[in-house]
Write a protein that binds this ligand. Structure first.
Ligand code: 13P
Ligand code: SF4
Length: 330
């Protein structure tokens, strides 16, 4: 079946059912175009949780659907593919506990640790963070949340993205370390878990040098999941929504190279916008969702055979909510 036929079928099913479709910017174009609302992780969580429809279809990765379920437990949340963000997969509740223990063994008491988890983490990790009085943050508010978390006077344990943690530390003039890098965590203000995004690791300072040499006045824009040296060499660093807003405000003739996922940049691409990589930095798990999956999810709703529904135990949800809600309260 071709895309036009699938899209028609999806629109008809959507009209018939009480369902809202949301999509992250990294989704394939044809899926993205079917959404009622699109945004970055923070905007999607906020919108989806407040949306009055009882059913939500989330085109994105697993932690995004989970965040909605944590915030709005009475809503039925479905995902055409429960694709797991590679970074979120790098930490589970056991790894979290082990890393807290490593810090305790290094002489930092558990009560002196304030955890902050990037939203790219499982409900179980968010629950662990919530139980310790910590916060969730996203790429758009990490600095604000860490500033608030530091009011506790405790050391920040930042999971799972070492790059985001290091980038915020540099921005705030703080000391950071990565657990296992051989340094003493006692001297760091922000202690980062050793996780990363395999897609954003593809961008290199040499790519920036290449473009700066080729186009004298080019602007370099990066997502904060990029390496610290890449962010430091960029002109603007922001979440996906912040990147889009920044580019929209630039004059059309301004040349730009962007260090984030391919589907987003390709959608923005005009003659003057380039992707900052010689390779095609697509997020494999975001790309798993196809129009067929979206159509099948709608059909299953119509037939009352629910599949790929997000379920979280109440015990986990309760603590994960505390960590997410502390972010929303700010
Ligand atoms: P944003 O919150 O900036 O959309 O980032 C989500 C993400 O996973 C980036 O890789
Ligand atoms: Fe996860 Fe990276 Fe994909 Fe974002 S781009 S969803 S951090 S793997």
């Amino acid at each position: 079946m071709n895309n036009a036929t699938l899209k028609k079928e999806i629109l008809e099913l959507k009209k018939e059912l009480h369902v809202t479709i949301v999509a992250h910017f990294y989704q394939k174009d044809e899926v993205f175009e079917m959404a009622d609302f699109t945004g970055d992780s923070l905007e999607l969580a906020r919108f989806a949780a407040l949306d009055p429809n009882p059913n939500l279809i989330f085109c994105g990765v697993g932690f995004m659907g989970q965040s909605v379920k944590i915030l709005a437990p009475n809503k039925r949340v479905f995902m055409p593919r429960i694709a797991c963000c590679a970074m979120a997969k790098m930490i589970d509740a056991n790894y979290y506990d082990q890393n807290v223990k490593i810090l305790e063994d290094a002489g930092i008491k558990k009560e002196d640790i304030m955890p902050v988890t990037y939203i790219n983490s499982s409900a179980e990790v968010k629950a662990r963070v919530g139980q310790m009085g910590g916060y969730v943050c996203t790429s758009s508010n990490a600095k604000k949340i860490i500033t608030q978390a530091r009011q506790s006077g405790k050391k920040i344990l930042f999971v799972p993205d070492r790059c985001l943690g290091q980038n915020i530390a540099i921005d705030m003039g703080l000391k950071s370390c990565v657990i296992g890098d051989g340094s003493d965590p006692k001297v760091a203000d922000i202690i980062c878990y050793n996780g990363f995004c395999s897609v954003h690791q593809l961008f290199e300072v040499s790519d920036i040098e290449f473009y700066r040499k080729k186009y004298k006045d080019i602007l370099i824009i990066a997502h904060p999941e990029c390496k610290p040296e890449v962010c430091a060499a960029s002109d603007f660093v922001g979440s996906t929504s912040q990147i889009i807003a920044y580019i929209k405000n630039l004059p059309l003739q301004q040349k730009i190279a962007v260090a984030t996922e391919f589907n987003l940049v390709n959608r923005l691409r005009k003659e003057n916008t380039y992707i900052l990589s010689a390779t095609k930095p697509e997020c494999p798990t975001m790309n798993e969702t196809r129009l067929e999956d979206l159509r099948d999810t709608l059909l299953s709703l119509k037939n009352g055979e629910y599949f790929n529904e997000i379920m979280i135990s109440e015990e986990t949800r309760k603590y994960a909510f505390e960590a997410l809600n502390r972010m929303f309260e700010l």
